[in-house]
Design a protein around this ligand. Structure first.
Ligand code: ADP
Ligand code: MG
Ligand code: MG
Length: 209
């Protein structure tokens, strides 16, 4: 029911916040190679703010996800803040009737669509889109074609995101700060794709419980 879903969203956000705190220096190191060394601090600050805002938010799945989005937009800053936060805000609308296999696919697709629309990046530009796209496509296919349950589909989506992150290393950045480096961005893993993977891993961990 809705209350259980709300509780799961609160738990997932807490797990994500812990993970962002734990990976702060990893993400910052990745961003120092091809950016301005703030991605870890940005994400950590954003998720701490999200936890605080969730304290007084109503126990409704769409409202909670939207609240996390608003916190990320206002606290993460940079390129990643509006992309993560704005896309969560937009996609949260798909959860208004609650979280089901069907609404979770719609949520995932809307999230990807919004990131692409706002960031104007496509697969192969060495951004978070390289992690999100294979994850969302795999999730959708696993549910709609392979008849997986959402948990199994999410497991496959995380594996796909992991391959997407690995794929960002050998390619040249075409969007965001890293693109200023041109060919010198080759050989470095993208920070935003990496944080996306970490967040999906935490979502999977909580979904397994
Ligand atoms: P900033 O680059 O403003 O310092 P962050 O360091 O927090 O912001 O985030 C950088 C990450 O944002 C990149 O690693 C990349 O994944 C993502 N990113 C940057 N520009 C775009 C874009 N146009 N579309 C999608 N993702 C992007
Ligand atoms: Mg940065
Ligand atoms: Mg910055």
């Amino acid at each position: 029911d809705r209350e259980a879903q709300a509780e799961a969203i609160r738990e997932a956000t807490a797990a994500m916040a812990d993970r962002m705190a734990a990976e702060k220096s990893v993400l910052t190191d990745l961003d120092s190679a091809i950016g301005d060394a703030d991605h870890g601090a940005n994400m950590n600050r954003g998720f701490q703010a999200a936890l605080e805002r969730l304290e007084d938010a109503d126990d409704d799945p769409a409202t909670l996800v939207k609240t996390v989005g608003v916190a990320l937009v206002s606290e993460v800053g940079g390129a990643a803040g509006p992309l993560y936060g704005g896309s969560l805000m937009k996609a949260s609308g798909e959860l208004e009737e609650g979280v089901t296999a069907e609404s979770s696919v719609a949520f995932a697709e809307r999230y990807l669509e919004t990131v692409e629309e706002r960031g104007k990046a496509s697969v192969g530009d060495k951004t978070m889109v390289d992690a999100i796209t294979p994850a969302v496509h795999t999730y959708k296919k696993s549910i709609e074609v392979d008849d997986c349950d959402p948990l199994e589909a999410l497991g496959k989506a995380v594996d796909a995101a992991e391959r997407g992150v690995a794929f960002t290393t050998p390619i040249r950045a075409k969007k965001g700060r890293a693109s200023y480096l041109g060919w010198r961005s080759v050989g470095h893993q993208d920070p935003g794709a990496t944080s996306t993977l970490y967040l999906l891993e935490e979502l999977l961990e909580v979904a397994r419980e």
